[in-house]
Design a protein around this ligand. Structure first.
Ligand code: FES
Length: 110
């Protein structure tokens, strides 16, 4: 895992919604759900849909393009529309800032 880097202010995140960010050159979708911050790649593995724009339900985000669902806590593809898992990144809040540590691509599970 790489180092944590500042990605956004916590007050930029709206509860139960995604926010698209650039983190060290990567497109990352950050979510604030139940007081926890989650970070996934913002490109759906199916065809590149923006996960940051997808609806959230039961700890999952649904891709707004074709409906693939991914667990926020793991990045796993779940539900009927199966595709590759999405890369999940570590995220934390420090002094009102959201910090993200990118998961190297070689460590991705699929
Ligand atoms: S681009 Fe996400 S389900 Fe097709």
């Amino acid at each position: 895992m790489s180092e944590f880097v500042p990605a956004a202010r916590l007050d930029q995140l709206a509860p139960e919604r995604g926010l698209a960010l650039e983190v060290a050159g990567a497109s990352v979708a950050v979510f604030l759900v139940g007081g926890e911050v989650h970070a996934l790649d913002d490109l759906c593995p199916h065809s590149g849909g923006p996960l940051s724009e997808g609806p959230l339900e039961n700890g999952c985000v649904t891709c707004p393009w074709h409906g693939a669902r991914f667990e926020l806590a793991s990045g796993r593809s779940v539900g009927e529309f199966q595709c590759r898992d999405v890369r999940r990144h570590a995220a934390r809040v420090v002094d009102g800032r959201v910090e993200v540590a990118l998961t190297p691509r070689a460590a991705r599970r699929s």
